[in-house]
Write a protein that binds this ligand. Structure first.
Ligand SMILES: *Cc1c(COP(=O)(O)O)cnc(C)c1O
Length: 361
């Protein structure tokens, strides 16, 4: 089976973890501080705050901006559930804007339609590693005095206009094993705002700056030095991983572009797409996925049910009309693009799809 995702770990990560274990200091410590510093440098921001998941990064980012009951946060329904759930955690209301046909990212015209006096923040997602339209998003935020929290959980190293995502607003990253780099479980908040970083640190650790003095309600969202040790090694490999993802994507697009019933991913001008996923649109998506899976090729459907149609949201009374989002949920199909996919495996994927297109013509 060619897997849809696979973390690439070698002796370097094993040694880094062993060193932490041998030290006996296995909770949050020096490795976490070093990882934060290097990640902040990589993204090009002043501060990075490590937490124990991407979900925790989103949650703590919202809380660090004092978003809560009575506030609305405009986001996309075509994402992983954690995007919207992090808003619900705070007591605020997720409001869903529709998506663009070509990038699957939030449609900035639809954002404007959803703004109310209660809107406090925008939460774009850089889906599949393609940056959201950050110029328009930052302009809307400026005009309406809104906070921007970027869900960059799939977009480590992606750039928009030469600037890394996660540096426009407050960034939230995930290091889950399927992401572009991993720490096992883990996440990171990125910001240039010292006060936001300080508050995020407090929320990460029971609302305290000073041990046993608790100023606000916080959680235990801390990353361990074991995870940070993995993250430091992975961060050093990230640009190579990204190059391989982009090369694989190019091979796939060169071969699959123009096939009947299939639309290959776009890369907008001025954007560096880091291909967390290589996602095509296929009119007969489910048939194509079934054929590929039977041929030993892993595929992903991200996401088969938009968030606003999930039972947890319909039970809350959500009943949005988001036609592009529904269409995307029916057509999106991700193919293996990660750095562990070999040239021969790419050939197998391409030949299988070409044969299927001819047979189904
Ligand atoms: C992975 C992911 C998250 C959540 O990250 P975890 O580390 O799994 O908690 C949030 N949003 C998006 C878009 C993701 O892909």
């Amino acid at each position: 089976m060619i897997p849809i995702a696979k973390p690439l770990l070698d002796e370097k990560e094993i040694e880094a973890v062993s060193n932490v274990l041998r030290s006996g200091m296995i909770a949050e410590g020096a490795r976490v501080a070093e990882f934060e510093e290097k990640f902040a440098d990589y993204i090009g921001v002043e501060h990075a705050v490590a937490v124990n998941s991407g979900t925790a990064a989103l949650h703590a980012s919202l809380l660090a901006h004092s978003i809560g009951v009575g506030d609305e946060v405009i986001t996309t329904s075509f994402s992983f559930i954690a995007t919207a759930n992090s808003i619900l955690f705070t007591g605020a209301k997720p409001v869903f804007a529709d998506v663009e046909y070509d990038t699957f990212n939030v449609d900035t015209d639809c954002i404007i339609d959803k703004i109310t006096p209660d809107t406090k923040a925008l939460m774009p997602v850089h889906l599949y590693g393609h940056p959201a339209e950050m110029k328009a998003i930052m302009e809307i935020a400026e005009d309406h005095d809104l906070i921007v929290i970027e869900d960059a959980c799939q977009a480590h190293g992606a750039t928009y206009g030469g600037k890394k995502v996660g540096s426009f607003g407050t960034g939230s990253f995930s290091f889950y094993p399927t992401k572009n780099m991993t720490t096992s479980e883990g996440g990171m908040i990125t910001t240039d705002d010292k006060a936001v970083a300080e508050r995020a640190r407090m929320i990460r650790s029971h609302g305290s700056k000073q041990r046993y003095l608790h100023e606000i309600v916080g959680y235990n969202l801390r990353m361990t030095d074991i995870s940070a040790a993995i993250g430091l090694v992975q961060l050093g490999k990230l640009d190579d991983f990204t190059s391989m993802r982009k090369e694989n994507a190019k091979v796939l697009s060169d071969a699959l572009g123009g096939l009947d019933g299939i639309t290959v991913p776009v890369v907008r001008d001025g954007c560096n797409h880091v291909f967390h996923q290589y996602t095509i649109r296929a009119e007969k998506r489910d048939d194509l996925a079934a054929m590929l899976n039977q041929s030993g090729i892993g595929t992903g459907t991200y996401y088969p049910i938009p968030i606003h149609k999930q039972p947890v949201y319909t039970d809350l009374g959500y009943n949005d009309n988001l036609p592009e989002c529904d269409k995307a949920a029916g057509e999106a199909l991700s193919l293996p693009v990660h750095p562990g996919v070999s040239k021969d495996e790419l050939k197998t994927i391409i030949e299988s799809i070409k044969d299927w297109v001819v047979e189904n013509d």
